[in-house]
Design a binder for this molecule. Structure first.
Ligand code: NAP
Length: 421
């Protein structure tokens, strides 16, 4: 096997992908990017937790061969590049990877390393599970009612980067074209942005969300859109979503319109998924007022951006919000917060987001026992009020732990839980 970035590949095997699923050997090689700033602290804490869970769950039969790849400041210092091609190639080779947060380079031609990675690997679905861990301070009365997984489209919408600044010849040309060809009235002093939403981009996202719901036993998938106003982009997303449901998942899906009629009369049969849709503004109310009605949310890029953070706020913020960027071929798991540079190398930051991203990684490998163990260990540690500074400052009677101590407490709880099981 060839080296990447001049670093020898550890002993282990490649993960394969078939029909949108990963086939995981017992010793998979998994690339990791430590991340910048506090990325160093949280990766140092997360890796032993994931390894301990695998060891406990499988008694040595399974083992992750971690393989360091480079992006961000560490890559720039070593290779003079923010995102070496070899690092991207290593993810192509080994398919599943995990990363800490990365600094956004100022100047240097890269708008965002995260966006560059998503684009280069066509990681078209941003997946964010949002659920509550008992004891975490929350601004709502029943935070435990929230348990949703958000599938946000990652490659198009207003994020496609087709934007023209007010006053430029490009903006003037486009405004002129719109007026001459379509009679559209656009103020001449406008900036212009374009919002492409495609059949391909929409359908592959909905397919992923429905497949996930089926595999994880979730029974409601909600298409969130602003189709009442933006009919041919957001409205089309909704229509194409329903098409995927009834054309490709017919045996498993019941639409909201069908549910109201015979033979269902409002009752969803066991084993079926209800596919419904909500207009984005209404969804923000719904998720606050009736969170139990929602399980999987599938939405366009901008709606998903807003909604993920709003949902995370309901369960106590971004400190415990994991994420993944995925396609049929690759999965890149990541902490969702930034590098929090003022806390770098102080061993104080909360590693929860990266540890929970590791839980998602273990789930993607099909190593559910190890995934459950990490989640239970972390949940128990928070329940015991042993937490890092960010949670301690909001919790009465909390014991404030360092990053490494928090990880050690999770591992101790995993031991106990495993011994009891
Ligand atoms: P940030 O790094 O997320 O930090 C903002 C604040 O959020 C911190 O000062 C801290 O608040 C809190 N925080 C973040 N992570 C935490 C954790 N694990 N535990 C406890 N508290 C946490 O946002 P930023 O300062 O705007 O961005 C810094 C750099 O990160 C920038 O270069 C940005 O571009 C980059 N960034 C990267 C990613 C990514 O790689 N995915 C995402 C976002 C931003 P308190 O000070 O109140 O404790």
């Amino acid at each position: 096997m060839r080296d990447f970035n001049g670093i020898p590949v550890p002993e282990g095997e490649r993960i394969q992908a078939r029909d949108g699923r990963f086939l995981t050997p017992d010793h998979p090689i998994i690339p990791f990017v430590e991340g910048d700033g506090t990325g160093r602290d949280i990766w140092k804490a997360s890796r032993p937790v994931l390894d301990a869970a695998v060891a406990l769950a499988y008694g040595g039969r399974r083992l992750i061969a971690w393989y360091e790849i480079f992006a961000g400041e560490k890559a720039f210092q070593r290779f003079g590049e923010w995102l070496p091609e070899d690092s991207v190639d290593a993810v192509r080779e080994f398919r599943v990877a995990i990363k800490g947060p990365l600094t956004t380079p100022v100047g240097g031609g890269i708008r965002s390393l995260n966006v560059a990675l998503r684009m280069q690997l066509d990681l078209y679905a941003c997946v964010r599970p949002v659920k509550y861990y008992a004891g975490v301070p929350s601004p709502v009365k029943q935070p435990e009612a929230m348990d949703v997984v958000i599938f946000r489209e990652n490659t198009e919408d207003v994020y496609a980067g087709i934007e023209f600044k007010q006053g430029t010849p490009q903006a003037a040309k486009l405004i002129g074209f719109l007026q001459q060809e379509f009679g559209a009235v656009v103020r001449p002093d406008s900036g212009i942005g374009i919002k492409p939403i495609s059949v391909t981009g929409s359908k592959r996202l909905v397919r992923q969300a429905l497949r996930y719901a089926l595999e994880q036993g979730r029974t409601v998938v909600t298409l969130v859109h602003k189709g009442n106003i933006q009919k041919f982009t957001e409205g089309a997303f909704r229509d194409w979503g329903y098409e995927v449901a009834v054309q490709e998942f017919r045996d498993y899906c019941v639409t909201e319109a069908e549910l109201a009629q015979a033979p269902y009369h409002g009752k969803l049969p066991a084993g079926k998924i209800l596919v419904n849709d909500r207009i984005a503004d209404s969804m923000f109310q719904q998720i606050l007022l009736r969170p139990r009605d929602y399980q999987v949310i599938c939405t366009t890029n901008l709606n998903g951006d807003y909604l993920s953070d709003a949902c995370a706020a309901q369960v106590g913020g971004l400190g415990l919000a994991p994420g993944a960027n995925i396609s049929e071929e690759y999965a890149f798991f990541e902490a969702t917060h930034g590098t929090a540079p003022k806390y770098a190398d102080q061993d104080v930051i909360n590693p929860g987001s990266l540890i929970l991203s590791g839980v998602m990684l273990l789930q993607a490998l099909g190593w559910q026992e190890a995934a459950r163990l990490v989640e239970a260990g972390l949940g128990e540690t928070i329940r015991q009020k042993k937490v890092t500074y960010d949670l301690a400052r909001q919790m009465e009677g909390a014991t404030q732990l360092k990053t490494s101590e928090f990880a050690a407490a999770i591992m101790a709880n995993m031991q106990t839980l495993h011994a009891q099981s």
